[in-house]
Design a protein around this ligand. Structure first.
Ligand code: FES
Length: 92
């Protein structure tokens, strides 16, 4: 079971994610305050986060993320699916 460590305002919040679950789904299932104004459809960027560790354990950035200008360690939480352990920092 993949583990996601969320960094929220400098605090670590580790949660267990299901394989192939999105970062957003795991956040919402565990009370992590990741926003999702567009309902997880890749149009609003309120779920934007920064992958601090384990980027290789996510799917590659998809067309929606490229269209929204994600680069470097940036991902859309609603489009990034988890295959292994990662650490992500929420936008503050
Ligand atoms: S929830 Fe809107 S872009 Fe991810």
């Amino acid at each position: 079971m993949p583990k996601i460590t969320f960094l929220v305002n400098g605090q670590e919040k580790p949660v267990d994610a299901k394989a192939e679950e999105t970062i957003l789904q795991a956040a919402q299932a565990n009370g992590v305050p990741m926003e999702s104004a567009c309902g997880g459809n890749g149009f609003c960027m309120t779920c934007k986060c920064h992958v601090r560790k384990g980027a290789e354990n996510l799917n590659p950035p998809n067309e929606r993320e490229e269209a929204m200008g994600m680069s470097g360690d940036e991902r859309l939480g609603c489009q990034a699916t988890v295959k292994g352990d990662i650490t992500v920092e929420l936008e503050s």
